[in-house]
Design a protein around this ligand. Structure first.
Ligand code: UD1
Ligand code: CA
Length: 476
């Protein structure tokens, strides 16, 4: 069902110290799937229409605020400082001045629950508005509820409070129903109850969760909304929980790809960003990382150990083991590697071959051309059916500026050739091995640019004789 109600206000709590991370990086800036935790929440919010978004900052505030400024389309995001960080209730209290004119829903999210889905937020909020409750909270049933606030219910099921881990009494630690830290509040309820919170608890903090008990006591309705996938709203408090979330999100994406017909040989050891698209019948071998805007065509095989970022690999191509490919294009039927490094701006045409230990940068390689071994080509334009031998270098930089090399169709470059740019090798020309090319080569010509070989007849034999004759070292 399409749900395009406008949510009047959203608060993201992101001021906490993240003590349990044991890290100098503010918790919400730790990266998950390549981007800060906070960005995940803002992405989720971009799927609904929120009139005002407030991010509460405190620990590492300057860094967090700077990171927020980098997010495109952040116009309706405001930051609110919380100093000192005296708890989640205290954090929301800092937003009260910005809530004065708000009527209706205020969603409160934790900066450390990056997996929560847009649909979950909308459903949670609908649950509250339809039932006329003052609060609705997202709950989960966890195998291991340790660390979470537990939901306290009366025998008839009515929610009467939330008890934090450190304040549990008796056998409350056996309660597996937990608060996932995502709420929809009625704005007027928040305005009335937030100022009444106290810090009479184990952590001497103002707990947002105490609002649930307060509502129950004041006869304000509290409803819970169960998360469909309790993993989605898991809080990240430690680096180990971050790793679990990363693995879970990756596994979900890999599952989706396999369901669509992509062969993934070892799902546990393959890392693919959600933004990558892969056609059916591509084969992805283990220890491979596919990132960013990468696209891969059908029939292509990515052998082990590839790191492919923001690149387009065509159909029926083959990436041999241990290649690093960034910002590049590989044509249909092309073959790259093993051990090749394609840097940004490399564009390989169809049926081309880039062999082992080859580095490319800002280069186009025409159909059927081969650069097979130990070579650097950069700032170059290579035509069709060109063959570049082993150990060649386009010398594109003189310490001041970069220059282009043009190698036209059908050229054969012998091994060990230095091509000093700017220079053009004309169509069909041939360059002798070991040349240092500094001037243009005419089409169909042979260029030899190396010192002529000289020989001293019998020199080696005489040397051997001298050494064996007097047993001394030869000084010649
Ligand atoms: C909180 C809930 C707990 C719930 C869990 C779900 C409270 C008191 N407890 O516990 O019931 O099960 O989340 O993940 O709310 N923050 C601030 N300012 C502060 C303190 C925290 O902005 O002064 C922010 C943190 O940056 C974090 C979020 O609030 O993003 C939650 O704080 P955290 O300390 O992680 O709470 P939990 O102990 O996980
Ligand atoms: Ca937490």
């Amino acid at each position: 069902m399409e749900d395009n109600r406008e949510i009047p206000a959203v608060i993201i709590l992101a001021a906490g110290k993240g003590t349990r991370m044991n890290s100098a990086i503010p918790k919400v800036l730790h990266k998950l799937r390549g981007k800060p935790l906070l960005n995940h929440l803002l992405k989720t919010l971009s799927g609904l229409s929120a009139a005002r978004v407030m991010v509460v900052t405190g620990s590492g505030a300057a860094e967090v605020e700077e990171s927020l400024r980098q997010i495109p389309d952040n116009r309706n995001v405001r930051t609110v400082r919380q100093e000192p960080q005296s708890g989640t209730g205290h954090a929301v209290a800092q937003c009260l001045p910005l809530l004065e004119d708000i009527e209706g829903s205020v969603l409160v999210l934790s900066g450390d629950t990056p997996g929560v889905r847009t649909s979950t937020l909308l459903n949670l909020d609908r649950e509250r508005t339809l039932s006329g409750a003052g609060v609705s909270l997202l709950v989960g049933n966890l195998e291991n509820p340790r660390g979470y606030g537990r939901i306290l219910r009366e025998p008839d099921g009515k929610i009467v409070g939330i008890r934090e881990q450190k304040d549990l009494e008796g056998d409350q630690d056996r309660i597996r129903e937990v608060n996932l830290g995502v709420y929809s509040f009625d704005a007027s309820f928040l305005r009335r109850e937030i100022p009444r919170l106290d810090d009479g608890n184990a952590q001497k903090e103002y707990y947002l969760t105490d609002l649930v008990g307060a509502a129950a006591r004041a006869g304000v309705k509290v409803v819970s909304f169960p998360s469909e996938d309790s993993h989605e709203a898991k809080g990240i408090n430690t680096l180990s929980e971050l790793a679990d979330m990363e693995a879970k999100m990756n596994a979900n994406n890999i599952q989706r790809l396999m369901d669509s017909g992509v062969r993934i040989v070892d799902p546990d050891n393959t890392w693919i960003d959600d933004s990558v698209s892969i056609e059916p019948d591509a084969v992805i071998h283990p220890m491979t990382f596919l990132r960013g805007t990468t696209r891969i065509g059908s029939g292509t095989v990515i052998e082990p150990g590839a790191v492919v970022t923001d690149s387009v690999i065509g159909r029926n191509a083959r990436i041999l083991p241990y290649c690093v490919i960034s910002g590049s294009e590989v044509g249909d039927g092309a073959s790259v590697g093993p051990f090749s490094h394609m840097r940004p701006g490399s564009r390989l045409g169809p049926s081309t071959k880039i062999g082992n230990f080859v580095e490319t940068k800002k280069v186009t390689v025409g159909e059927g051309s081969k650069v097979s071994h130990l070579t650097y080509i950069g700032d170059a334009e290579i035509g069709e059916k060109v063959n570049i031998g082993a150990g060649c270098v386009t010398c594109n930089y003189d310490g001041f500026a970069k220059y282009r090399t043009v190698i036209q169709d059908g050229v054969f470059v012998g091994s060990g050739t230095m091509i000093v740019a700017p220079v053009t090798l004309g169509k069909g020309s041939l360059v002798a091995a070991g040349s240092t090319i500094t001037r243009d080569v005419a089409p169909d010509a042979l260029a030899v640019a190396r010192a002529r070989q000289s020989e001293k007849e019998g020199w080696a034999a005489r040397r051997r004789e001298n050494l064996s004759g007097n047993g001394k070292k030869d000084k010649s």
